[in-house]
Design a protein around this ligand. Structure first.
Ligand code: C2E
Ligand code: CA
Ligand code: CA
Ligand code: CA
Length: 277
């Protein structure tokens, strides 16, 4: 607060004014983006370190607004704010389930992890909508994973846990996304019926050189082990990070080292080629 007050108002207003105009522009463009078929799901592989196999991926949305790429880091928060995330979330779920069905029919054993925003997670009927899709697309529950942030769950803890419980009963996998960036209260973890923790990439970024980050990642890995949870590190770009993560008995990795998020057809090519480290 003190820092903000020291900034001249004129500068501050212009800055926030421009930002506001940009957000409004994006919100308006988003409104028609589903009809215009401007969204596409991309897939980023996750590798199981011990077996060196790829049997899951994260679904990441891509928006090409009249061909121009707009980052989800930019438009997802706007969609969350405007409520557009709800119809968009439906679109994402339908696309992910359709792809899961396709790969399952091709006998590719790939689990798809879908990002669920807080607004979606806390919406009435969310669990039912997942249950209906499992039946409608005829996809086995073990091929579906949901990535949920701590913040979404903790918004109303009791309700959040009941939703996790119901989802878990359906047989789908659940992981805590961006772990370590939210509530950082470790006590809650024991109460969450989840399968996996996803270490946020901000901890992974400098872990090859930063001993503090190394200590953090190691203790998160140990914590996960003690709680019987799988652990995945995201944002792995370098071999040095990979080596540390192997040393820490991290279960899975995801990052540019392996592959960027890619369209479904490229993902199939990637799988066919195989990887080894
Ligand atoms: P997230 O869920 O934490 O996703 C991970 C982000 O890290 C993705 O950014 C991914 O492309 C990026 N990433 C993966 N590997 C690396 C790496 O090695 N280095 C670096 N620097 N980055 C890496 P992306 O696709 O731009 O998505 C940003 C955020 O937007 C996501 O963060 C998520 O919060 C949101 N998002 C993306 N797709 C969806 C979606 O389908 N639904 C919802 N609700 N949110 C989404
Ligand atoms: Ca995610
Ligand atoms: Ca994440
Ligand atoms: Ca993130």
């Amino acid at each position: 607060e003190a820092v903000k007050r020291n900034i001249p108002y004129a500068y501050f207003d212009t800055e926030s004014g421009v930002k506001h105009a940009q957000q409004l522009h994006i919100a308006r463009r988003l409104d028609t983006a589903i009809e215009k078929q401007q969204f596409e799901l991309y897939f980023q592989p996750k590798m199981h370190l011990k077996s060196q196999t790829i049997n899951s991926c994260e679904c990441l949305i891509r928006w090409f607004d009249d061909g121009k790429f707009v980052s989800p880091a930019q438009f997802i928060p706007i969609a969350e704010h405007s409520g557009f995330i709800l119809p968009l979330g439906e679109w994402i779920l339908d696309s992910a389930f359709a792809q899961a069905k396709k790969w399952h029919q091709q006998n590719l054993n790939i689990r798809l992890a879908i990002n669920i925003s807080a607004r979606q997670f806390t919406q009435q009927g969310f669990v039912q909508s997942i249950k209906q899709r499992l039946a409608h697309f005829n996809v086995p529950a073990h091929l579906i994973e949901l990535e949920i942030t701590e913040t979404a769950i903790m918004d109303d803890e009791e309700f959040g846990i009941s939703v996790l419980q119901a989802l878990s009963t359906l047989g789908i996998s659940l992981s805590i996304d961006d772990f370590g960036t939210g509530y950082s209260s470790l006590g809650y973890l024991q109460r969450f019926p989840v399968n996996k923790l996803k270490i946020d990439q901000s901890f992974v970024r400098n872990m090859a050189t930063d001993t503090r980050d190394q200590a953090l990642v190691l203790s998160i890995c140990q914590l996960a082990k003690n709680l019987g949870l799988d652990i995945i590190a995201e944002g792995v770009e370098e071999h040095a990070q990979l080596e540390k993560l192997k040393e820490y008995n991290c279960d899975l990795i995801q990052g540019y080292l392996l592959s960027r998020p890619i369209p479904a057809n490229e993902f199939e090519v990637f799988l066919a080629k195989g990887v080894s480290f």
